[in-house]
Each structure stands twice: as C-alpha cells, then as structure tokens.
Design a protein around this ligand. Structure first.
Ligand code: PMP
Length: 416
C-alpha cells in the first residue's frame, strides 16, 4: 500500500497553468502520462523559451558584433540584452562581469585555465569538497597534473554535509583557490557557501561557486555571497542546452588571460602583436551560441514572472513530501540526509540495483535518473555504485510524487 499524500501544495503557484506552458510534459511514455523527475539532469523548456529561440531563427538570424546590417544589429542587441538579464537574475553589478559559456563545465575550465593556472607554483593547493560533480573535480586534477599543484578535498559526513571544521583546517598558506558546489546534484545538500567564502576570504583566497543545481531552486545574489566566480548552466533552469554563464568579479576578469583564441576576442591582430578585447568578450572567442543566450534570458524572465520564492516553496514541499513517502517504503535508504536539501532526493533500495528501479519506473512513465550522477567520489564515500535520484522542477505535482511512490511499490512487487 502506498502512503497517503496531501492533495495540494501550500505554495501560491498555479502549477496546472505552469504545466500548460511546457509542451513536452503532455505526452505519454510507454502508454502512461509522463512524470518527469529528472530535472537535475536537465529541465523541460517552456513555450516562451522555444518561441524565443524560433523567433531568432525566423527573423533575427545573423552573427553578432560584426555586421552593420539590421539583422546583425538586432541579433547583437538581443545577445547583449540577454547578458543584462543574467546579470540582474544573479544580482551582479555590471554586465561586463557575465561571460557566456557552454555551461557550468566550460565556466569552471575557463577559470582554471585563465585565472588559477597563472597563479600556481608546484606545491600550491586547490581546495574542493568531497561532493563535487566531476566538472568541478577533473579540471582541477588536470591543472594539478600540469603545474605540480596539489588537490585537497574537504571530507563529508555520513549525512552528506561538508565537515566545516575540516574545511577551515585544510585552508593553508599554500591554498590558492577554493571551488565548491552550492547544491550537490548527487545528494541534494545545500552547502553553507556564504560562510565558506567568508572563511576563505579571511585568508585572501578566491572562491568559485558551482551553482548548476542552485540557481533553479533559490534566488542567488552573487554580491551578497561575495563569491569571486559563479558558474551555472542554462539547461538546468528551463533554458537551452549548450549555453551557460560565468560570473566573475570585474577586477579578476580584467587581469585574466584569454581562454581560447579566435574571432571576437581581439582588439587588433598583427603578425607582431595581438591585443585582446576587454572582458567579457575576451573570453568569448568565435561565434557564440546566440540563440542559446536569447533562450536562456527568456527562461530567466519566465522564472522571474512566477516568483522565485513561490517556486522555491513549491519545490521544497515536493521534496519534503517525496522524502517522507519514499522513506516509508521498507528497504529504502536515503543517501544524503543533510539538514538543508534542495531539488533532489537520492536513495537506494535493498537488494535492487538502481538501474533496475530506473527501468521499471520508466515502464510506468516515471523518468528518474539511476547512476553515479557524475559524482563517483560521492558514491565511493557511501560505498555504493549508484543511487536512484528523483529531482523536482517547478512543474511537478504531488500527484506525480504519488506516481513515483506507486512505481517504487511496483519495483518491490517485481523483486519480491
Ligand atoms: N555541477 C553540478 C552540480 C551539476 O549538477 C552539473 C550537471 N549535472 C554540472 C556541474 C555540469 O553542468 P553542465 O554539464 O551543464 O556543464
């Protein structure tokens, strides 16, 4: 028997109206209405984003920053306006602090190459945590291999929280940089990044925050956080894939060497000497993802129009309800039970491989993620190879949580 569930959420969001904005939600999967609970991997897109991207291709398609003709001017205005939308959305002071990237991964690699690398001597240290996504691990491993620097890792507790006292201890005279995830995609843990930044800054150590899983679920203010860099991806916040942003404090960006060379990032090129454009264009070599930037801005406008506080309240209610209901199923254990969680619920079921759970849920029309979630060290920390992860978005409902729970009961029936 499944656990009874509240029928409505407390939050002041008209979720049915919101669902109507997302065409992909209205389809059947294996003969069942789709329940999409893989939002931490990527989100579905509202009509407004799809239309903004189509509109670009239908009317404004031209390259940016180059043409004197009208279409190119329109494309440039829309692209630079998107930068301003992002600036406002994350509370940055200056649009020149926003660099368009392919996503969080590229943003972190950019900072590793252009900001951290020139500052490193052999034996210097970079500090990350034990709950990072591979995209906030491997760039630093590559950098350490190339420079002789050392990667240090703050351990996490059994409930999936950062050991803050160990964090303080691990900051040493050799620490040159800290990179930390704000919300873990594997555990859902919300980290005390503001406090961690304060602690690092007391030692003059700059900090990058991986906000990939944070921006969709809470209002972010980079000035309040006082982070040096902030990275996020468009596709996890209802925008297109292949676009994201790096926020960097202006004084840092101004002193950084280019990440890639090419068109659009120079002031002048001669055989003798090439000089570079000012940030952010210095870091945007080549034709950018113009329609992606426009689509991302449309997504942020859309989320703003719903009210981020209401969105956050709705999602936290879904998470709380799902956590209680899933835990009530015998044999299920949560992986990561931090006091502050957002977005995602990770668990294992005794005697059943997460991939089998994923396959059975899929046959019931419920899309979740089963695997290591690109966070293998987290799996190693908990001595498991994979988890089942249900992750929530603005359009999910309590009825859908019920469908997840019903599906899990089905799994139990199949596996006896
Ligand atoms: N960090 C976190 C916490 C993530 O969840 C992800 C995506 N799963 C990334 C970084 C990488 O994002 P992207 O693949 O969009 O670059």
């Amino acid at each position: 028997m499944s656990t009874p569930m509240p029928t409505t959420t407390r939050a002041a969001l008209d979720v049915e109206r919101i669902r109507a904005d997302f065409p992909a939600l209205h389809q059947e999967v294996h003969g069942r209405p789709l329940v999409y609970l893989d939002n931490a991997a990527t989100t579905q897109k509202p009509r407004r984003v799809i239309d903004a991207v189509s509109r670009f291709y239908e009317y404004d398609c031209a390259n940016v920053h180059r043409g004197v003709h009208l279409l190119s001017q329109r494309a440039t205005v829309a692209y630079e306006r998107a930068r301003t939308t992002i600036r406002k959305f994350i509370g940055a002071a200056d649009s020149r602090e926003i660099v368009f990237t392919r996503g969080t991964t590229e943003a972190i690699n950019l900072v590793a190459s252009s900001f951290v690398r020139p500052r490193l001597e052999p034996g210097d240290e970079i500090l990350i945590t034990g709950m990072e996504h591979h995209s906030n691990i491997v760039p630093w491993q590559l950098l350490c291999a190339a420079t002789g620097a050392v990667l240090k890792v703050v351990p996490i507790t059994d409930s999936g929280e950062i050991e803050l006292d160990r964090y303080e201890e691990l900051l040493s005279d050799r620490t040159r940089f800290v990179a930390v995830v704000q919300v873990s995609n594997a555990l859902g843990t919300v980290n005390p990044v503001k406090r961690m930044i304060e602690i690092a800054h007391a030692r003059n150590i700059p900090v990058l925050v991986d906000g990939a899983q944070a921006v969709p679920h809470a209002r972010i203010d980079v000035r309040d956080l006082d982070c040096d860099f902030y990275a996020f991806s468009g596709h996890k916040i209802y925008g297109p894939t292949g676009i994201g942003a790096l926020y960097g404090k202006r004084e840092h960006l101004l002193g950084m060497i280019p990440y890639q060379g090419g068109g659009d990032m120079i002031l002048s090129v001669t055989w003798e000497k090439t000089s570079y454009a000012e940030p952010p264009h210095r870091f945007e070599a080549g034709t950018p993802n113009i329609e992606g930037a426009i689509g991302l801005a449309a997504a942020l406008d859309y989320l703003d129009s719903l009210g981020l506080d209401a969105v956050a309240a709705h999602e936290s209610e879904l998470l709380e309800t799902a956590t209680a209901a899933v835990l009530a199923i015998p044999g299920i254990r949560l992986v990561g039970a931090a006091r502050h969680r957002a977005g995602a619920l990770s668990f294992v079921m005794k005697g059943v491989h997460p991939h089998d759970i994923g396959t059975i849920l899929d046959s019931e029309g419920v899309a979740i993620r089963a695997g290591h979630h690109c966070a293998q060290p987290v799996m190693q920390r908990f001595n498991i190879s994979a988890t089942v992860r249900a992750s929530f978005g603005v359009y999910n409902t309590i009825d859908e949580v019920q469908r997840l729970v019903d599906g899990l009961h089905k799994v139990k029936e199949v596996f006896g």
